[in-house]
Design a protein around this ligand. Structure first.
Ligand code: ADP
Length: 625
């Protein structure tokens, strides 16, 4: 017999599981049945693709039994089993690595988050048992092994006897405590109820010995008990059931059983398509961003079944990248079982299904936006960024499909609005859809450039995500209205300042050229501003690449040091301008000082870093003394 230690992370998880005051202990059965079903899936698949293997339909089943007197519950399956190494590897280590690191010390304390949100798989056995024994014989092996653990202290593995391939899990149920009655699980009615609740849709029979009674032979009043083995679950997979027979709870339970996400799904989509290619699918939009969504570990994709047999856990080809947050399963009779991953990519049927699924999700999101705004906004706060990536990616191929789903914060409404809503409010003289980019709504609101547009009574959309401007550049226009950055050269707004500025530019040509020389290649021009009202200076850009976009590109790992063409705009109505002209006439050193100060100020307002902060502060001191 070998005695081993759990890996450090598993130990911590076990500690949480054993000591938590978790109210949903009954999920242990769901987790263990789900593992059993996965194990049968594996052998079922083997038998289907290997003709030399002879299996009958009756060979696949799960059996749950209990022994009240000895406080034991057994979960028996005819699945693929585990070798000695697999027992060691699979049960000694927590599979969901990362889920623990993600949670802070505090959150893991009562265990609720971990257990409820991540699902704890096999270790959930310790929610109800103080000793867990696993007897398993792997497919293709002659020797069976017994794995046993009493919790944190480790586990043992030794050889044992077992006739058939498969796994049996034996739970020694905990003693009752003052607060909790663990022996309630040692009850036929209770166990049956838990199976019905969580595992009804498991495709293999879940059997139990059910006690029944019948009239004693020869008697008309006396009954006697007898045992009959019954299949407790309905066995029809949920996606093959009629929608009308299913409740929200059924969908939520399936989501939890599959460990698709945290909490409850925000929305589910159940679709059955009958045609040249038939399939059933259940898709979920999670409420929250999965904790690992923006990490390399996140694998997008849907579970793929061929007529009830699992062929792939995460089929990425079924979902466009921007819908990568969608979870769920697709089952089609028209897919070949033997298809390899490489071939799937080019499979015509699969492409057809993927296309349908994409437009289905799109339609459902549109209807959510129309019919349940609050829910849509919740969705958008979690995954709106993905839609914007969708507009931008693939050379804008999907922009038409996605543009109506976009939302941005509005200066007018002080909340997110759709582009259509924006357009519908546009005054007649307004030519463009205006937007402003920045780090936060608060900062954008204070940008000097925005004043003139807001004063004109126009609505401005605030862009605070890195991807926003890139997506909009791809879109170019919405319903024939072009997008216009508030920092762009020509705002299309007629004002007095506007008309004056070209004269002013001529009048002060030399001053501006002089300032440009001082600032050299930091700016492309210096000129009189058409848009500034109360602020003395700002920076705008010439050409397509905005300052916000420059920031994003500069932050990329192998950036090409791409710079925007910056223009320093001066408010010629501001007192500062008077000081500038005076300095230009009388004191060239002062002009240099002023030009640099104003340039750096403009950078700071824009949220850019200044090259030499020490020099900047020294210059301010110079002014003061
Ligand atoms: P998960 O099921 O999420 O991978 P678990 O902790 O529940 O995590 O199980 C770990 C692994 O142990 C499984 O992936 C599987 O390989 C193996 N396993 C668990 N239960 C069984 C079983 N009844 N039959 C065969 N293998 C099993």
């Amino acid at each position: 017999m070998e005695t081993k230690q759990f890996k450090a992370e598993s130990k911590r998880l076990l500690d949480i599981v054993i000591n938590s005051v978790y109210t949903h202990r009954e999920i242990f059965l769901r987790e263990l049945i789900s593992n059993a079903s996965d194990a049968i899936d594996k052998i079922y698949y083997k038998a289907l693709v290997d003709e030399s293997l002879n299996f009958e339909k009756d060979d696949y089943y799960i059996k749950i039994s209990y022994d009240k007197k000895n406080k034991i519950i057994k979960i028996y399956d005819t699945g693929i089993g585990m070798t000695k190494e697999e027992l060691d590897d699979n049960l000694g280590v927590i599979a969901k690595s990362g889920s623990l690191q993600f949670k802070s010390e505090n959150e893991t304390k009562d265990g609720y988050d971990i257990i409820g949100q991540f699902g704890i798989g096999f270790y959930s056995a310790f929610l109800v048992a103080d000793t867990v024994t696993v007897i398993s014989k792997a497919f293709g092996s002659d020797q069976a092994y017994k794995w046993e653990s009493k919790g944190i202290d480790g586990y043992t593995i030794e050889q044992c006897e077992k006739d058939s391939v498969g796994t049996e899990i034996i739970l020694k149920i905990k003693e009752n405590t003052e607060d909790e009655k663990f022996d309630e699980y040692l009850d036929e009615y209770k166990l049956k109820g838990i199976i019905k609740k969580y595992s009804d849709f498991i495709r293999y029979p879940i059997k139990m010995d059910i006690t029944k009674s019948e009239l004693k032979e020869g008697s008309e009043t006396e009954y006697e008990d007898y045992i009959e083995e019954q299949v407790v679950n309905s066995m029809v997979p949920i996606w093959k059931k009629n929608k009308n027979e299913l409740t929200n709870e059924d969908y939520d339970n399936f989501y939890a059983e599959k460990h698709y996400g945290f909490d409850k799904p925000l929305k589910y989509i159940h679709t059955s398509v009958d045609g040249i290619i038939s399939y059933n699918a259940i898709l979920y939009i999670p409420e929250n961003i999965p904790f690992d969504f923006y990490t390399k570990e996140y694998e997008r994709g849907l579970e793929l079944y061929s007529n009830g047999v699992l062929i792939m856990n995460k089929c990425a080809d079924l979902l466009p990248e921007y819908f990568g947050f969608v979870k769920g399963i697709v089952d089609s009779e028209d897919l070949s079982l033997n298809i390899s991953r490489e071939m799937l990519q080019h499979d015509r049927q699969l492409k057809f299904i993927a296309k349908n699924i994409k437009s289905k999700i799109q339609k459902e999101l549109s209807s959510l936006l129309k019919n349940d705004r609050e829910k849509y906004e919740k969705f958008y706060n979690s995954f709106g960024k993905q839609l914007k990536y969708g507009v931008y990616s693939d050379f804008g191929r999907n922009k038409e499909d996605l543009q109506d789903l976009l939302m941005f914060y509005s200066s007018k409404e002080k909340k997110i609005v759709t582009l259509d809503e924006y357009i519908s409010r546009m005054p007649e003289d307004q030519k463009y859809i205006y937007y402003a980019s920045g780090e936060s709504n608060e900062r954008i609101e204070k940008l000097p450039q925005i004043e003139i547009v807001l004063d004109k009574g126009y609505e401005v959309l605030y862009f605070t995500d890195d991807v926003d401007e890139f997506a909009i550049k791809m879109l170019m226009a919405y319903k024939e209205k072009e997008f216009k950055s508030i920092s762009s050269d020509d705002l299309g707004i007629d004002t007095e300042e506007n008309e004056k500025s070209s004269d002013t530019n001529d009048e002060y040509k030399e001053l501006f050229e002089n300032m440009k020389d001082i600032l050299s290649d930091k700016v492309k021009y210096v000129r009189a501003s058409k848009r500034l009202k109360r602020h003395p200076v700002c920076i705008s850009n010439e050409g397509d690449l905005s300052i916000e976009m420059e920031k994003v590109l500069q932050a990329m790992p192998n950036n090409q040091n791409i710079k925007t063409d910056k223009v320093l705009e001066i408010n010629t109505n501001h007192d500062v301008f008077k000081a500038l002209t005076e300095a230009y006439e009388k004191d060239k050193d002062k002009l240099k000082l002023y030009a640099e100060l104003l340039y750096n100020q403009a950078l700071l307002i824009e949220g850019l870093t200044i090259n030499d902060p020490v020099e900047f502060t020294n210059n301010i001191c110079k002014l003061m003394t």
